[in-house]
Write a protein that binds this ligand. Structure first.
Ligand code: 6PG
Length: 484
């Protein structure tokens, strides 16, 4: 099949890769009045899209990649929506010979940002624009309005941006889409978004576990607690989703749905990338790291089997005298720990932006995360305002609003983490977030002893509090201090 001459050069945007996300993005473009070129390796899927959703708008289906490209107006804008890694490279390799200078290739998958940096440089050599963009919100978001985080050149955004903004989620009429920065900046920010998502989900899971262990509450009862929390400062998509899944009944057994779900969390890789990058940058994203490791622990079947019933708990019986007060303590601890997770994520964005010269506006990132994405939450408005007050804010926790908001819950946070420890409930994210809070505010950390140890066995030197310079003590000799 070749494109009818009447259709050549008529599509404003094209999507290749019509699995659910690609299909829904194509429909979203069509619903906003764009003529959409569509292509899939299996032509039947292209045909079914056009047959099933003709009412959405104008699609130009093509069986071959050549026809798909021919149906696009210049500068061509091609959205690739296939699996990250080699499949994306394969589609790019097929596309590039068919394109002309000035055309734009958009990778809307969850690509690892170093791959995007590499691809952008390679296509730039061919006179093409390569835009790695984060798209968050899952299948529903792709269809009805995701948060979109495009990287790439400002020139490509001038042409592509208005179309992406049109289909993105809107909050107060403001699109949840903006140009993040050059080359891999967009996919980097999406990666950190997913890292924060991991921390958010782990914190929610720990709150659920505490209410279950401390109060003996059932899943539906805990679902009601989350539904109530979703009317206040914790209002967010993930809290809303949590209330829904906790209230759901398994049709096969009549039991609460979550009670029949296996307790081994999986992960596609974005959280892992975030932690690896945090280590490379030297940014202590402890909440995101503990959340990622908690997923790994939950899947460590041999170790869990060896420990179960063998490792003594040595815990006290847990009687909560005032369930209402305990629930409020958990809510306050959850809020404080969430602030730490977002604070760490935004620090990571600042560190990468400086390292790569991306000049990412963190206020703008918080603004486009207010809607459409998985971590959308009421308090992202507050984060946006914090960075509008100070674009170079060194620590989100130190913004007056957040300092006051967290201060209101520190005592509760300590009670919850202590109770979890005493009663043997694992809360790696709550506990590490409190440890980070105490670490970052500490007058003096025990790192002085680590420096002394390092100098003793490795002559790695140290600095002093009372004068400038670098020093080493001759530990194996007369222990005199030398200036290095
Ligand atoms: C989003 C989500 C999405 C993510 C899936 C699976 O922003 O829409 O973050 O991109 O890939 O939710 O993520 P994990 O398998 O890593 O949990």
């Amino acid at each position: 099949m070749s494109v009818p001459s009447s259709a050549v050069g008529t599509a404003q945007i094209g999507v290749t890769g019509l699995a659910v996300m690609g299909r829904n993005l194509a429909r979203n473009f069509a619903r906003h009045g764009y003529t959409v070129a569509v292509h899939n390796r299996t032509f039947a899927r292209t045909q079914s899209l056009v047959a099933d959703h003709a009412a959405d708008g104008t699609f130009v289906p093509s069986e071959s990649m050549a026809d798909f490209v021919a149906s696009l107006e210049r500068p061509r804008k091609v959205v690739i929506m296939v699996q990250a890694g080699a499949p994306t490279d394969a589609v790019i390799a097929e596309l590039v010979p068919l394109l002309e200078p000035g055309d734009i290739v958009v990778d809307a998958g969850n690509a690892h940002f170093p791959d995007t940096v590499r691809r952008e440089a390679a296509l730039r050599e061919a006179g093409l624009h390569f835009v790695g963009t984060g798209v968050s919100g899952g299948e529903e978001g792709a269809l009805n309005g995701p948060s979109i985080m495009p990287g790439g050149t400002a020139e490509s955004y001038a042409s592509l941006g208005p179309i992406l903004e049109a289909i993105s989620a809107k909050v107060d009429g403001v699109p949840c889409c903006t140009h993040v920065g050059p080359d891999g900046a967009g996919h980097f920010v999406k990666m950190v978004h997913n890292g924060i998502e991991y921390a958010d989900m782990q914190l929610i899971a720990e709150a659920y576990d505490l209410l279950r262990a401390g109060l003996g509450a059932t899943a539906p009862e805990i679902g009601e607690v989350f539904a109530a929390w979703n009317t206040g400062d914790l209002e967010s998509y993930l809290i809303e989703v949590t209330a829904e899944v906790l209230s759901h009944t398994d049709a096969a057994t009549g039991r609460p749905f979550v009670d029949v779900v296996a307790d081994a969390a999986e992960q596609k890789g974005t959280g892992r990338w975030t932690v690896q990058n945090g280590l490379d940058l030297g940014v202590p994203i402890t909440g995101i790291a503990e959340a990622t490791f908690a997923r790994a622990l939950s899947g460590s079947a041999p170790q869990r089997a060896a420990a179960r019933g063998v490792l003594p708990a040595d815990t006290l019986e847990w009687n909560v005298p005032d369930p209402g007060a305990f629930i409020e303590d958990v809510r306050l601890a959850l809020y404080a720990s969430k602030v730490v997770a977002y604070s760490q994520g935004f620090d990571q964005i600042a560190a990468a932006s400086a390292q790569h010269g991306w000049d990412i506006d963190r206020g703008a990132m918080a603004r486009i995360w207010r809607g459409g994405c998985i971590i959308r939450a009421r308090f992202l408005d507050r984060i946006t305002q914090a960075y509008e007050r100070d674009a170079h804010l060194p620590l989100l926790l130190a913004d007056p609003y957040f300092t006051a908001a967290v201060a209101n819950g520190v005592a509760a946070w300590r009670r919850v983490v202590a109770a979890a420890a005493v009663h043997g409930v694992p809360t790696p994210a709550f506990s590490s977030s409190l440890a980070y809070y105490d670490g970052v505010r500490a007058e003096r950390l025990p790192a002085n002893l680590i420096q002394a140890q390092r100098d003793f066995f490795g002559a790695h030197t140290y600095r002093r509090t009372d004068r400038d310079g670098t020093f080493h003590t001759d530990w194996s000799g007369d222990r005199a201090e030398q200036t290095w």
